[in-house]
Design a protein around this ligand. Structure first.
Ligand SMILES: Nc1ncnc2c1ncn2[C@@H]1O[C@H](COP(=O)(O)OP(=O)(O)OP(=O)(O)O)[C@@H](O)[C@H]1O
Ligand SMILES: [Mg+2]
Length: 333
């Protein structure tokens, strides 16, 4: 197949905030996807997304499929930008479509849909201005998160708050820095899990990945904060979470977690691939935190490939599975 890989490259710019490029992909990830596609016999053109250029590229060049991992550039619908251009040009692409990508990037809106579907998600409140009355239903500790970010941007250990005073300080800080609403959620103490879904002929829930932070005490970090994600594996900083795949869960709980992830994938309308982040509370209720329709695909660092390896797949097979799933859909349409 003639494939175009669309991506946004992670850059270094000392003038930008530290987490500015966190969502973007590294050269290693991009090169790994290119190599995997070539190993599977496809020809690949890699495109660092820049809009007028993207548009004219596809006007001039015909491809069979776009392998899309671009996170987009502007605003709260940014992950939908490339799919929107491709839809307009009637070019097929891998992964979720514009609507699901925009929805999943809006955590509060996604949570409303999960609630309507009876999928457990932490109780929450959205702060638009930062001076709203705190809902009496919410029980401390609470966590404050920017509503429309990923890669744990703006999520640090000080975002977990135990008082109204700290809460409102964090909410206002979040609104000021990230120029968007602050999502306040009950903080679920318990196991951190993430569930990969891969549609390859049939929908497949991959072995659940458990991330255990108990080894990270030296760092002071105790959940999947931005610092934990960005410096994961750094022994000097003590940011050395342990990964268990499959997760250490009883069979009935494992089934419950997988079911919740699959229902989330379907409720949001994801296609080909997704990764749902879940916290299991003390009574083993799986609370969905969010769903990622564009999960990281770094062959060594990212959670999704770890789950694919545990299912017996090689990296190349994972990339091929995403491509085949999208091609099947194109054939059926
Ligand atoms: N309500 C919560 N209770 C407990 N921990 C939470 C909660 N919300 C977030 N966290 C912690 O913060 C991490 C990041 O939160 P979340 O997944 O919502 O952000 P994100 O930026 O979308 O993440 P990603 O990097 O997966 O895109 C979670 O993996 C979890 O460790
Ligand atoms: Mg997450």
């Amino acid at each position: 197949m003639k494939v175009a890989l669309t991506y946004n490259l992670k850059k270094k710019d000392p003038l930008k905030p530290l987490d500015y490029f966190s969502e973007y992909d590294s050269e290693e990830t991009i090169n790994s996807v290119i190599t995997a596609l070539k190993n599977k016999g496809h020809s690949v053109e890699a495109i660092d997304v820049d809009y007028p250029a993207l548009f004219s590229y596809f006007k001039k060049n015909r491809v069979d499929m776009v392998f899309n991992i671009a996170e987009g550039k502007h605003g709260r619908f940014r992950e939908s930008e490339v799919p929107a251009v491709l839809d307009y040009l009637n070019i097929p692409y891998t992964g979720s479509e514009t609507f699901s990508l925009a929805l999943a990037l809006n955590k509060a809106l996604t949570k409303k849909i999960l609630k309507a579907e009876n999928i457990p998600t932490p109780n929450f409140q959205l702060f638009v201005r930062g001076d709203e009355e705190l809902s009496a239903d919410l029980v401390f500790p609470l966590i404050v998160k920017p509503n429309c970010e990923g890669s744990a941007k703006g999520i640090n250990k000080t975002n977990v708050v135990n008082s109204r005073e700290d809460l409102f300080r964090k909410v206002r800080e979040c609104i000021d820095i990230y120029r968007q609403e602050a999502l306040v959620e009950e903080f679920i103490e318990g196991k951190e899990l993430t569930v990969g879904i891969l549609e390859n002929g049939k929908t497949r829930v991959l072995p659940i990945l458990e991330i255990d932070f108990s080894n990270c005490k030296k760092s002071g970090e105790y959940f999947y904060s931005w610092k934990m994600k960005e410096f994961q594996g750094n022994t000097e900083l003590g940011l050395v979470p342990e990964f268990y795949c499959p997760a250490r869960l009883d069979k009935d709980i494992e089934e419950k977690v997988k079911d919740v992830a699959l229902r989330t994938h379907r409720a949001v309308g994801c296609l080909d691939i997704s990764r749902t982040d879940i916290r299991l509370d003390k009574s083993n209720t799986p609370y969905v935190l969010e769903i990622n329709p564009l999960p990281g695909l770094d062959p060594k660092e990212s959670n999704f490939p770890i789950m694919a390896y545990a299912a017996g797949m090689k990296y190349d097979d994972l990339i091929e599975a995403i491509l085949i799933s999208a091609s099947e859909r194109k054939r059926l349409n």
